[in-house]
Write a protein that binds this ligand. Structure first.
Ligand code: MG
Length: 363
């Protein structure tokens, strides 16, 4: 069964409120969608990134996979990886490979008339999620409403908020927002924070000691994820778990992060690292080092593969991407009770609502 030329579309969706974390602010989310057909089945994959990802995919990757055997995903994946050598892998090229790889896995499952979770093989029926948002731009009442909705509305017993506001220049407000978050969610729910690399090493340790008073279990990117020595230092000093990995665009990145002893839980993003093919490899690498993994963002892109991982901790139920994926796809999953159950329909079970989302299309 031969692959047809993949088709690319790009959409930009305004956020429902201004959003920022410790080191970046934004007011829209761009999703790049790849569709690939073989026989009478079509697979759909996607990534979040600039519209240039779509151009790169259309111009450099789509012609490369056309005519290849649809079931041989490693061959198509390797051909893409080799072809982008001079363009450079991290960033745009890796996101483009990821979207197409996710589409190829969906297509393979549909050609075999299987749920993707069955094709990959599951080791759990349900996949734990954590609510993720809590942007630094939110007013206190907005933050409280969002956290309340996850913990008391949908009964998701794990939530994460952003700290490190203004590149680490507002630590008093950071701590007071964490205190407020703990009050809203109560003593039982797990509370996580993400500084997006905003702090210096010593600053992160001082903040981390204050966080411990509010029983914060997860401190994501306390310093830049490029500072592996700093992450290790903080990991060895504080009681909470230190986590990172969202900017991993290839397997050697994860190998360096793991062998530096930088994290307690490795975060992996299939829409960046090279699709589900590389996601599964990175998770195996973590398992070899006794680490659990957590899927970063794009929850519906990860659900089936997450169910296949023995060393999965959870996947991130990220506000922006949940909103986009609910709008764009029929078949979106329900996180009530704190878990999702990967679909029993064919493929990843999602169908693009191309007509309904036309107003957001930019390419
Ligand atoms: Mg993060």
């Amino acid at each position: 069964m031969k692959l047809h030329l993949p088709v690319v579309s790009v959409y930009t969706v305004p956020t429902d409120a201004p959003e920022a974390d410790g080191t970046l602010a934004w007011n829209s989310t761009t999703v790049v969608i790849a569709e690939v057909t073989a026989g009478d089945a079509t697979g759909t994959g996607w990534t979040y990134g600039p519209a240039a990802v779509g151009d790169f995919l259309r111009d450099h990757l789509a012609p490369l996979v056309e005519g290849r055997e649809a079931l041989d995903i490693p061959a198509a994946h390797e051909a893409m990886v080799r072809a982008i050598r001079n363009a450079g892998r991290p960033g745009i090229a890796a996101c483009a490979i990821s979207a197409l790889d996710i589409a190829l896995w969906d297509l393979k499952a549909r050609l075999l008339e299987l749920p993707l979770a069955r094709l990959l093989g599951s080791c759990r029926e349900q996949v734990p999620v954590y609510g993720s948002g809590g942007f630094t731009t939110y007013h206190d009442t907005h933050l409280a409403a969002q956290l309340n909705g996850w913990v008391h509305g949908q009964h998701i017993p794990r939530v994460k908020i952003k700290i490190g506001e203004d590149r680490g220049r507002a630590t008093r407000r950071d701590i007071s927002r964490v205190r407020a978050a703990r009050q809203v969610i109560g003593p039982e729910a797990e509370l996580y924070v993400d500084a997006n690399g905003a702090y210096t090493r010593k600053q992160a340790i001082r903040v981390g000691r204050a966080l411990a008073e509010h029983d914060v279990a997860w401190f994501e990117e306390p310093v830049s994820s490029d500072d592996l020595t700093g992450l290790r230092l903080i990991r060895d000093t504080l009681p909470c778990d230190v986590t990172a990995g969202e900017y991993g665009y290839d397997l050697p990145y994860f190998a360096r992060m793991i062998t530096a002893g930088a994290v307690d839980c490795l975060q992996i993003d299939a829409t960046r690292c090279g699709g589900l093919t590389e996601f599964l490899r990175a998770a195996a690498l973590a398992q070899a080092h006794g680490l659990e993994v957590s899927a970063h963002c794009a929850p519906h892109a990860h659900a089936a593969a997450a169910a296949a991982l023995p060393n999965l901790r959870h996947i991130e139920w990220f506000h922006d991407h949940v909103r986009v994926e609910d709008m764009f796809f029929d078949g979106a999953l329900d996180p009530r009770g704190g878990t999702i159950t990967p679909t029993q329909g064919v493929g990843h079970g999602l169908t693009l609502r191309a007509e309904e989302v036309q107003e957001f299309r930019v390419a």
